[in-house]
Design a protein around this ligand. Structure first.
Ligand SMILES: [Ca+2]
Ligand SMILES: [Ca+2]
Length: 335
């Protein structure tokens, strides 16, 4: 892929982010300072999607080098390395990565790499590959820090990998610990020493969600206060009205379960508490109260489990005119 083409792809990604932010798309030709400004203008919600970087475009943005000393993060190409006497391990994919570059005297120093502010969601995770090496064990450091307002939390501390014999890229990851959508920044703090062996490199940064996109079928969610229902999914959960709060008096609730032909229904009561001898749950082996009774229970019960002979069953909850209890909750599955 040519650099020019990669750059256009990069601009397209930024333009998409800016469109989401409701702003004017990027012009087709812009210089570096204009590009920096455009990225900084991206709103926090759109910025998260732009943080992934394998550095193959040649640009480190939207990660920013704010190192205070002579050591800096530079996008380096594996075939054009600046420290040939301390070669970078071959990347597993691509040819470019971010590397700590020192001056000709190999002066040591602190390195800082930060993101723009972005919105992190519960379940978000950051992963990346890194290489860290030093003449003395633990001599170089690489910490990943989450900044949330004035609060800084260290997510990863990788100095234990900093040894003279480490010549490998290693994968690592960390959850981004937020309990609700939160505006944060991520910062890599690193220290690179002045020995020939000293090196730090980062590649393949990915920020994404660990929460699967599939949702639980609606019929598996208990509906508080609901008396009875029809269930046709292969599995589900249901309960007495208001569970785990007491059910009402004079109730007759019918729960009809009908699964695909040829299957049987395994019914399992997770908790069972009704007024003994007065409030009952009856499980019928079919869809009407004329069907054979599988279970009839009241009072306290544990391990209440039954299996239908066919593909349907009826659960009937009845209560008399006084005294209630927590009630019951049941799951069903197909066998
Ligand atoms: Ca790369
Ligand atoms: Ca009662």
């Amino acid at each position: 892929m040519s650099k020019n083409y990669s750059f256009k792809l990069f601009l397209a990604a930024i333009a998409i982010g800016i469109c989401f932010a409701g702003r004017v798309p990027a012009a087709s030709t812009i210089n570096k300072s204009e590009r920096d400004k455009l990225i900084l203008d991206v709103d926090p919600l759109s910025a998260r999607a732009l943080l992934n970087n394998d550095f193959e475009s040649g640009f480190e943005e939207p990660w920013y080098d704010s190192s205070p000393s002579t050591v800096h993060w530079i996008v380096e190409d594996f075939s054009l390395q600046s420290e040939l006497n301390n070669p970078v391990p071959a990347p597993s994919a691509g040819s470019k990565y971010l590397r700590a570059i020192r001056n000709e005297q190999l002066s040591s120093g602190l390195l800082i790499l930060r993101t723009v502010t972005f919105t992190a969601f519960p379940g978000d995770e950051i992963s990346f590959n890194f290489w860290i090496r030093s003449r003395y064990t633990g001599g170089n450091t690489l910490d990943l820090v989450l900044v949330q307002g004035a609060l800084e939390t260290t997510l990863l501390s990788l100095s234990s990998y900093s040894t003279s014999v480490n010549k490998e890229w290693r994968p690592t990851s960390s959850p981004i610990p937020v309990t609700e959508p939160t505006e944060v920044t991520l910062v890599f703090y690193a220290y690179c020493g002045g020995n020939a062996e000293d090196a730090i490199a980062i590649d393949d940064i990915v920020v994404g969600s660990t929460i699967p996109t599939t949702t639980i079928p609606p019929s598996t969610t208990p509906l508080p206060g609901v008396c009875g229902g029809n269930f046709s999914e292969p599995s589900g959960i249901f309960s007495s009205p208001n569970y785990p709060n007491p059910y009402g008096n004079n109730e007759i609730c019918e729960y009809m379960i009908q699964v695909a032909q040829g299957n049987r229904i395994v019914l399992n009561f997770l908790e069972f508490s009704t007024e003994s001898g007065a409030d009952y749950v009856t499980v019928y082996d079919g869809l009407t109260t004329a069907s054979p009774v599988l279970v009839r229970a009241s009072g306290l019960s544990t391990d209440l489990l039954t299996t239908s002979s066919g593909s349907s069953c009826l659960v009937v909850h009845t209560s008399d005119g006084a005294n209630s209890s927590r009630g019951w909750s049941a799951t069903y599955a197909t066998a």
